[in-house]
Design a protein around this ligand. Structure first.
Ligand code: FAD
Length: 479
């Protein structure tokens, strides 16, 4: 672990710049682009930004940082929410300089890409060949290395697991500056900790991503439920192993505003009165098809029992992958993007999910989400994901729940306190937090409780082996 004072750290980084030349950028304008992440809660300024285009260059920088005791961190487009992709005074690896898609093999169904490749670019390249990555996140503007460092959940995860379950080989520069190829067969201990490892064991430089053949058209059915239990029952039906009819499941908790109710004495907002909602649950299900071989709507809809079937729409495969882009554009236009985003995502045991979600929603004034904020539901099978560091409850199914508010600065402290309570409550219900969000595990005990003793021991062992000097440490994990 580095023990530099801030002034010594600055001095050490300037020394590295002399040694590493163009690989490090020290100017203030560049560093100021990386002082926070999507959360806008944690603010830290890197001492230098590393722009490397291959593993050899990354290894050179890591070795020099190790010798000088300078911390390093991986950084994609920075969609984390509690500073996971930031560093105070250390070297930040901006992977946007590693953007090459080396190969898309339609026979082996593998794409070989640099870790800085954005999923959007890989998707556009594969769709042209009738292929798609097996799992895509809702937002395609994230990097392959970034989502593999967390997990990468999507609307097809109920069938294929997380993105970390859909890579066959990784090239990694460890904290010792070695370049190591790892896979389930080769250096599997490294493969197992780098996936969902949040930059703690190495910088991922190249990835073999699994693809699947995809039909060119997607039909989406917009269903609306007024009963979470009914939605879950219908999802169970669509998630049975061997039943391949439904290709994606996407869901939300959506507030139907009911005005103001009394919660105490007087009518002051937050003390005597609170806005409240009746919660509804949209479920979007899709079926892929070939041109001229449309799905039988009656047969598909007979599988579900919503309150209403609102609409049916057809998309090209590419339009479907990018379906949420208009929403993100709206967020930019409405000011949502500029706010703080203390997102609280948790993966709940299926048998406790309904009770937790209904309890949490009953306490939530809908305005607390801010304009554009929303609540995600993510039904999945539990057994599709086996990556050891992506923690989720056991059982046949799990339910992800994510509250994604946009919070103005003046309400941030209040919102953080409430989200902390919601996080504690979800953990009490057996939930496991999704680690790119607003996380406040501030002791080793909390981290051990999250990972479980066995995995935590494995993490500490791997840390000793792959990052013995603790340079890959943003202070996020507490050892
Ligand atoms: C609008 C929005 C929508 C989202 N939707 C989804 C979703 O549908 N499903 C989902 O699972 N998540 C989702 N997320 C979360 C997002 O996928 C994660 O935050 C992801 O880590 C972001 O990737 P990034 O490329 O921006 O990485 P960053 O935020 O830059 O980095 C993420 C982590 O990875 C590390 N890292 C980055 N690159 C490397 C590398 N090459 N080697 C080693 N470590 C590295 C960083 O240090 C950090 O710990 C969403 C986030 C936002 C803001």
């Amino acid at each position: 672990m580095t023990t530099h004072s801030p002034a010594d750290l600055g001095e050490a980084v300037r020394g590295l710049a002399t040694e590493l030349g163009d690989l490090l950028v020290l100017d203030e304008e560049t560093r100021s682009q990386f002082t926070t992440d999507y959360g806008k809660i944690v603010h830290r300024t890197p001492g230098a930004v590393a722009r490397c285009s291959n593993a050899e260059e990354v290894a050179r920088v890591v070795r020099a940082c190790r010798a000088a005791g300078v911390p390093v961190v991986g950084r994609g487009p920075g969609h984390t929410q509690t500073g996971q992709s930031t560093t105070e005074g250390g070297v930040l690896f901006d992977t946007s300089a590693m953007q090459v898609i080396h190969e898309i093999d339609a026979e082996t169904l593998i794409a070989v890409c640099d870790a800085g490749v954005i999923w959007r670019d890989l998707t556009a390249a594969t769709v042209e060949q009738g292929l798609v990555p097996r799992v895509l996140t809702n937002n395609l503007g994230v990097s392959i290395g970034g989502t593999l460092s967390v997990a990468g959940l999507g609307v097809a995860s109920f069938r294929y697991g997380a993105q970390v379950d859909n890579v066959t080989e990784l090239e990694v520069v460890t904290g010792t500056g070695e370049i190591v190829l790892c896979s389930p067969e080769k250096n599997s201990d490294l493969f197992d900790v780098v996936r969902s490892g949040l930059s703690q064991f190495g910088i991922i430089t190249k990835v073999h991503v699994q693809l699947r053949r995809a039909k060119p058209r997607v039909r989406k059915y917009f269903l609306l439920y007024d009963d979470l239990g009914a939605l879950m029952k219908d999802c169970e039906g669509s998630m049975q192993v061997g039943d391949e009819t439904i290709h994606s499941l996407e869901s939300w908790c959506s507030p139907c505003f009911q005005g103001v109710r009394k919660i105490g004495d007087g009518m002051e907002l937050g003390v005597g009165a609170q806005t409240f909602a009746y919660w509804m649950y949209p479920l979007h299900v899709t079926v892929e098809y070939d041109e001229g071989a449309e799905p039988n709507d009656e047969e598909i809809l007979a599988r579900f029992s919503p309150y209403r079937h609102l609409e049916t729409s057809d998309y090209t495969q590419h339009e479907f992958c990018e379906r949420l882009l208009p929403l993100f554009t709206l967020w930019d236009r409405s000011g949502y993007t500029e706010m703080a985003h203390p997102w609280m995502e948790t993966v709940l045991p299926w048998d406790k999910a309904q009770e937790f979600i209904e309890l949490a929603l009953s306490q939530l004034p809908p305005q607390a989400l801010g304009p554009g904020g929303h609540i995600l539901l993510w039904p999945s099978r539990a057994d599709t994901s086996k990556a050891p560091l992506f923690k989720h409850p056991e059982g046949e199914f799990v339910m992800g729940w994510g509250i994604l508010p946009g919070v103005p600065k003046e309400f941030l402290d209040m919102a953080l306190a409430q989200l902390d309570m919601a996080s504690e409550l979800s953990i009490g219900f057996g939930g496991k937090r999704y680690l790119s969000g607003y996380i406040t595990f501030d002791t080793a005990e909390k981290w051990e409780a999250h990972f479980g003793s066995e995995t935590w021991a494995r993490i500490k062992e791997a840390k000793k082996r792959y990052d013995p000097d603790g340079i890959l440490d943003t202070g996020f994990f507490r050892f």
